[in-house]
Design a protein around this ligand. Sequence first.
Ligand code: URP
Ligand code: ZN
Ligand code: ZN
Length: 459
Amino acid sequence: MGLLIKGGEIVTAETRLKGDIFIENETISAIGTGLAVPPGTEVIDAAGMLVFPGFIDPHVHIHLPFMGTFAKDNHAAASAAALIGGTTTFIEMACPSRKDDTLETYHTWKQKAEGNSACDYAFHMGVARYDDKTEAQLMEVVKDGTTSFKIFLSYKNFFGVDDEEMFRTLKLAAKLGVITTAHCENAELVAQLQQQLLAEGKIGPEWHEPSRPEAIEAEGTTRFATFVEQTGATGYIVHLSCAPALRAAVDAKMRGVKLHIESVLPHFLLDKSYAERAGVEGMKHVMSPPLRDKRNLPVLWNALKTGLIETVGTDHCPFDTEQKLMGAKAFTQIPNGIPGIEDRVNLMYTYGVKRGGLDIHRFVDALSTGAAKLFGLYPRKGTIAVGADADLVVYDTSYRGKISAATHHGINNYNGFEGFEIEGRPSVVTVRGKVQARDGAFVGKPGIGRLLRREPQCN
Ligand code: URP
Ligand code: ZN
Ligand code: ZN
């Protein structure tokens, strides 16, 4: 049976038009006005609503062993929350630590997601050390359709790679035509500053930001860009948080370095005063790179509006308050991360499009189309076109509400955006033509999400 989404205002990264979308066999088979459809077609009335392509979150952690614990999430819950918020595809970081085997890690992450995610998904393959065995295994991973790598310049002795390993990873990525995503902070400087601050008795969450100042992120960004330039690779900076790092990245882009920039939801809306709150309230807002001085926020918004920042992810990485309290005696023990997968679209729509002058097409590009193009998912995902997967978000711009842990659908016991107003939310969300969410509730089938196999995209 077909599905007709009727009379909505269809908004893509390039176009805006009123019309109908007809879906058969998981894909969009016609777009037009007054489409004639076969008897028995299910009709969704989208009059007065916007219809967006399904949103893509390019930076997500669901299964994550980190800082002596595990992120508080699973694929069933995270994907349902994602769908309620309009995200129909996520790309998860498969993160080995230095002692882990790459291929085993890849299979572990695949097994965790398989049959459990209610939306489609892909992986960035983490590289935590580089030797001949790792190289051979990374080639297998790419052959399996996972065509992006992830490296950490931070988290010394855990996820982090050294310069030689970064160089060899980028060389391999260039040879294979795959993109390398990178967390850009100088690991050694962070480790030194952390020890210095603790030795001075500075143990609270308010010292997290001073232990990883903007200059340390700018250094990581510059070094990553230089390595990308010298290896001929394509790089993607994840969760860029501040003006000095942005300047370093833009400087490299202006030299012609193939470099792309992502920022994430918390850095557009929250500043370091949230992490300076006393006790667990501050700990809830500890992430890396840290929340910054508020003067950075308009810089990030302007860079997003002009397209210097190309994509917006979440860095969804939930730890509950009990886990956050592991760092009660030392900020260095607070598990880093904050959830956001359910809230990205509504918050960016509200504070960007509705209240902040962000062009609606730029919004679609930054939250969907751009990531689809960079990570080899386009035009199957990231647009509304005949032949594309029918991942659609019928968006109700008249909705008014507030973000709260009392009403969110993630399994974490707090929400870092508690109390933020939202103006708009998805009314109907489809994954390959199946209605998976309606008006703030998951109504679909769990476990129907598929792993998206991709081709190398940087040739
Ligand atoms: O604080 C964060 N961002 N936690 C997740 C791991 C990472 O660095 O992306
Ligand atoms: Zn990171
Ligand atoms: Zn991350």
